[in-house]
Design a protein. Structure first.
Length: 434
């Protein structure tokens, strides 16, 4: 069903990347092709190769590439000379987005959040969230978690666990404590209790926090999914200790876990929520910070930015919310498909004694080492499947298929993954036997 990419004949000169592009590039190293087109679940390279996309821009393309309804909305808007950039001026596109977000997302969930348009990327939304929490509480410390990932600007980077990423800062990353996430010490240790105990102890050395910043499923940090009980405890701890609960829903939100927000129906409401990645629905940069109205204590322009509110993204986000979220049908389908994914990954994992991770359509397999995971994803790529790794040692092969993928293609992609894991294990066995 999936055509392996054509063997490249004469590859055009690609030396421009070596010559001019910074060596900081990363994904392009694991997938050394030049892509020209994409539609739905497929990406095409310029050599006639076609790839099934199980990365989806790290969950930025939950509705697939160039969804026809979103694309048409944007084409119509541009053709009519709609505002492309307007700082934070009121525009038709902004009003339509806010109305739709209120009607389709907030009201049905009985959520009363103010909507702050931050700079366009996820890290901007995180910066705004922690800045606001510090301003409102008058406290400095943010509690973040082991394996958390929150972005690359200094404030968000300080909240990120990964040493290699932190090492790029060049200055001390201060005012953040990294506490053990759910399950960090294994199933026997309740890390929420440990946190509560230390916050209650005036001599623990842990300062009173402005905020507790958490992902419900750690996207980059290895697809660790916190239990609803643990998250409820964290929400309660935040409340009792006068800290604001920030859920970073940049990767897990917008439907990835089977509901629009990843914390729905868990019995707590975050004080602040960040959204980005799939919010525009079409891969356009667009981020939001949501917070309880009482927390809206900014002075006008206090947190500013040239690209706050990307009008083209308003248009595609409005179309995506209207199309996918006006009824429960889409979320029901994502949950059903997430269960299929879970079952299939569990079977693949069991064959090799591996563990699965994650929730909804955000799942992966711990294959034991980053080296093995890299070999598996490289082999998948050669067979026409785009798939990446995650985790402290890049040891988790993660499946982030578009949420709109049909069951047959999901299954076909998983067939490739299953085969490549088997091949990698056979290779390891052969090496060990030598
Ligand atoms: C991707 C991500 C970010 C950072 O978003 P950028 O758009 O890369 O700045 C922050 N938090 C989480 C959970 C993410 O997955």
């Amino acid at each position: 069903m999936i055509n392996a990419p054509k063997p490249s004949g004469s590859i055009p000169d690609r030396s421009i990347y070596e010559r001019r592009e910074s060596v900081v590039r990363s994904y392009a190293r694991a997938m050394p092709r030049q892509f020209g087109k994409a539609e739905g679940v497929w990406m095409h390279d310029d050599q006639g190769g076609r790839y099934l996309d199980f990365l989806s821009g790290c969950s930025t393309l939950n509705y697939g590439h160039n969804h026809p309804i979103l694309k048409q909305a944007l084409l119509d808007y541009i053709a009519a000379d709609g505002i492309a950039h307007g700082l934070d001026l009121h525009t038709d596109a902004k009003a339509a987005f806010l109305d739709t977000f209120e009607d389709v997302i907030l009201k049905p969930r009985a959520l009363d959040y103010r909507v702050m348009f931050t700079g366009p990327t996820g890290t901007n939304a995180v910066e705004a969230a922690i800045k606001l929490a510090r301003k409102v509480t008058g406290r400095e410390l943010v509690i973040a978690f082991t394996n958390g990932f929150h972005g690359m600007t200094l404030g968000a980077l300080a909240c990120t666990g990964n040493a290699a990423k932190r090492g790029g800062a060049g200055v001390p990353l201060a005012h953040v404590a990294h506490e053990p996430y759910d399950g960090y010490f294994g199933p026997e240790v309740d890390t929420a209790e440990l946190l509560d105990q230390r916050l209650a102890d005036p001599s623990s050395g842990l300062d009173a926090p402005a905020a507790i910043l958490v992902e419900t499923v750690q996207g980059e940090g290895g697809l660790n999914a916190a239990s609803p009980e643990w998250l409820r405890k964290i929400a309660d701890i935040a409340k009792r200790h006068g800290a604001l609960l920030i859920v970073d829903d940049i990767q897990a939100g917008c439907g990835r876990t089977g509901s629009f927000f990843s914390f729905e129906e868990m019995g707590f409401t975050p004080d602040i929520v960040t959204l980005a990645k799939s919010l525009s629905g079409m891969g356009l940069p667009f981020a939001l910070t949501l917070f309880r109205p009482e927390l809206d204590q900014w002075s006008p322009g206090e947190h500013n930015g040239t690209f706050r509110g990307n009008n083209h993204a308003f248009v595609t986000a409005t179309a995506a919310l209207g199309h996918f979220w006006s009824s429960d049908a889409f979320a029901d389908d994502v949950r059903r498909r997430g269960a299929l994914l879970e079952e299939r990954l569990a079977r693949i994992a069991a064959e090799h004694g591996f563990e699965t991770r994650g929730r909804g359509m955000m799942r992966g397999i711990n294959v034991g080492s980053g080296e093995r995971a890299g070999a598996i994803t490289a082999a998948c790529f050669d067979a026409g499947l785009i798939i990446e790794t995650s985790g402290a040692h890049d040891e988790i092969v993660k499946v982030l298929a578009p949420l709109v993928i049909d069951d047959a293609l999901l299954s076909a992609g998983l067939d490739i993954l299953e085969t490549k894991i088997r091949d990698a294990m056979a290779d390891d066995y052969a090496v060990a036997a030598e």
